[in-house]
Write a protein that binds this ligand. Structure first.
Ligand SMILES: [Ca+2]
Length: 133
């Protein structure tokens, strides 16, 4: 299948929304959102519910580093990568592609959807959740 750039150039559909400007006019990278949200009914402060059950969140993590031990203050620094996954049937998905590492959504989309809060209560930097996209 092919995609037609706004200037009429035809390119393979696989280059549509791949993060690279393939069309001379960059039209292959326009409207590449992954998540469609119903602005009228979606409330991002409410978690999704499946048949009245609590939302299941799958968590995986690994430690990047541990160091900077301070015995007197009883503190140390650590870096984590934490992946969270869940299903939100209120969302519709478009422009999905098979990517081994998985697809990521943009910051604007991330700010528009419900995301579980992940809190480290004993962090030196205070209670907060950081997202790196
Ligand atoms: Ca492209």
């Amino acid at each position: 299948m092919e995609f037609s750039c706004w200037d009429g150039t035809c390119l393979d559909l696989s280059v549509r929304c791949n993060g690279i400007d393939d069309c001379f006019d960059s039209s292959d990278e326009i409207d590449c959102q992954v998540v469609l949200i119903s602005k009228s009914s979606y409330k991002n402060e409410n978690p999704p519910f499946l048949s009245g059950q609590i939302t299941q969140i799958n968590v995986s993590s690994y430690i990047d580093y541990i160091g900077s031990f301070d015995r007197s203050a009883m503190t140390f620094r650590a870096g984590f990568d934490i992946d969270l996954s869940w299903f939100d049937k209120r969302l519709k998905y478009v422009n999905l592609k098979h990517i081994k590492s998985g697809m990521k959504i943009g910051r604007e989309e991330m700010n528009s959807i419900w995301v579980p809060r992940l809190i480290f209560t004993n962090s030196l930097d205070g209670e907060r959740t950081l997202f790196h996209l």
